[in-house]
Design a protein around this ligand. Structure first.
Ligand code: PLP
Length: 496
């Protein structure tokens, strides 16, 4: 509920039964919070309390303080949604006020909202997917490869403006193939954005190479050109040239390719563009995914469009993409029998799933518009609030806002972030911290890291929050999240 609605639920102990009845009617929330001037919760009043008072013959002018004492059923600020729900069931109540360490009521959870989960980013099917899958069934192409795969590859390549594409079983598989095709192998160094999902980095290690992590820049949160420059210079001075660079486009925003591409070209380091989160984004009139020697998309269930699971490796080099296709089908040579020279993988996309992907691609632009509208809603809802900074969309960019994200700028950002995430979780709203940077992961302890200036990615992790961002969020769900954010941030300001 909105802060104004929440504030309206309070009455002092001197108020009467009649006041409580009037307030229950006016607010229609089913509960009145009786509290002292510091908002310390004394008790709650529901319709049932008023009915019992009437049956006991108490006149409407009776002060609430004179009612039979009843300790308020409430929970603490660290209560989870599950705790609250268990309390509701055990006590047969529909509302649980949340109190802080001083017993002040700071929040109210209602049973109604707990029946309606709001997801971070859920699949959103269009009108054509079922028919395309049906077509795969009808023609009995229930196999990896098939006409939908071929068409999906052509359609994605055309959409991105690159010559070739190979559909894979996941974005991670495409990253693995891409690195191998760029020649990455044991003993190599590979540069990689630190602020990313672990799948950007894992294939580096799996190929026997060593990642070198690069910090973010503070505006768009993607790879910092100045940190990259220092890394390239430092490594060059040591006589080492990285074999490749995995440049991530975070949360639907392209990295600063105008700065990064020439730097990498000059150093002779090919770029593998991790565009898993940025399909549909543009940078200086080019599609995200068209900047690297190779680029990767993901169609995992939480991405802007999905095949339930899948990925794509794209690029302009026909030979590389042809090689990717061969490696992803067990590296079988052209022969009647099964002849193998290289070791390959089973990484191809199924024809059934490619049917879903073709339908999804037809609505991509609508999905981008819808996610951008979600972001605009949040920004308007929180306009004028201080202490938070949205992930920017610098000039020259058109991002997709795959996830709407901001960073809390406070003395103890991580505590504030966790309070806010706890608050949203308790109301059945899925929000997440920003990615934990790879250089802070135990898995990559000891790897080299080049910072921007301060450790930008570490502070984005400490205070960063990703909000529900699905293209299928309904206006009333957005209203609900916006109002919860207002109140959650109030709680953060009071407590953190
Ligand atoms: C989702 C994601 C991947 C992995 O894609 P999958 O299809 O889930 O394997 C890789 N990198 C980034 C940045 C991602 O967000």
């Amino acid at each position: 509920m909105h802060p104004k609605t929440f504030d309206a639920l309070f009455l002092g102990p001197e108020a009467s039964l009649r006041d409580a009845l009037a307030l229950l009617d006016a607010t229609a929330q089913g509960i009145v919070l009786v509290a002292d001037a510091q908002r310390r919760l004394l008790r709650t009043i529901t319709d049932g309390d008023l009915r019992r008072a009437a049956l006991a013959g108490l006149p409407p002018t009776t002060a609430l303080a004179a009612l039979p004492a009843k300790a308020p059923l409430c929970a603490a600020l660290d209560a989870s949604m599950r705790d609250v729900l268990e309390m509701m069931d055990a006590q047969r109540i529909d509302h649980v006020p949340i109190v802080d360490a001083q017993q002040r009521a700071v929040d109210l959870v209602t049973r109604r909202e707990l029946s309606q989960k709001i997801w971070l980013s859920s699949p959103h099917l269009g009108d054509d997917e079922a028919a395309l899958v049906q077509e795969a069934f009808r023609s009995n192409w229930i196999a990896p490869l098939g006409p939908h795969v071929d068409a999906f590859e052509r359609e994605v390549a055309a959409h991105v403006g690159v010559a070739h594409a190979a559909a894979t079983s996941s974005g991670t598989a495409a990253l693995h193939l891409g690195l191998r095709l760029l020649g990455v192998g044991p003993g190599d160094l590979v540069l990689c954005s630190s602020l990313t999902f672990v799948a950007s980095a894992n294939p580096i290690r799996q190929l026997g190479a060593t990642p070198v992590f690069i910090d973010s820049e503070p505006l768009g949160w993607n790879m910092s050109p100045s940190a990259l420059r220092r890394a390239l210079r430092t490594l060059a001075a040591e006589g080492r040239r990285p074999k490749a660079a995995v440049v991530v486009n975070l949360y639907g925003l392209s990295a600063d390719m105008q700065a990064l591409v020439p730097m990498l070209e000059e150093a002779g380091v090919p770029m593998l563009e991790d565009a898993a989160e940025s399909l549909g984004a543009r940078y200086r009139d080019r599609a995200s995914g068209s900047f690297g020697a190779l680029a990767v998309f993901s169609f995992n269930g939480n991405k802007i469009i999905t095949t339930s699971g899948g990925g794509m490796l794209v690029g302009n080099d026909a030979a590389l993409i042809e090689h990717a296709r061969r490696l992803s089908t067990q590296a079988r040579e052209a022969a009647r029998h099964y002849e193998h020279v290289e070791d390959g993988y089973n990484y191809r996309m199924s024809n059934v799933l490619a049917g879903i992907g073709r339908g999804q691609l037809r609505v991509l632009e609508q999905r981008v518009d819808a996610r951008r509208a979600v972001f605009a809603h949040y920004r308007a809802a929180l306009a004028g609030r201080t202490g938070l900074r949205w992930m920017a969309e610098p000039p020259g960019h058109r991002g997709t806002r795959w996830l709407s994200a901001f960073v809390l700028e406070r003395p103890q950002p991580q505590r504030a972030r966790d309070l806010l995430l706890d608050f949203l979780e308790r109301h059945n709203v899925e929000a997440r911290p920003v990615w934990k940077p790879m250089h802070l992961q135990p898995l990559y302890a000891g790897c080299r890291y080049f910072g921007h200036d301060d450790d930008v990615s570490a502070s984005l992790f400490a205070g960063g929050v990703c909000l529900p961002s699905g293209s299928n969020l309904q206006p009333e769900q957005l209203e609900r999240v916006g109002a919860l954010l207002q109140r959650g941030l109030d709680v953060v300001e009071a407590q953190a």
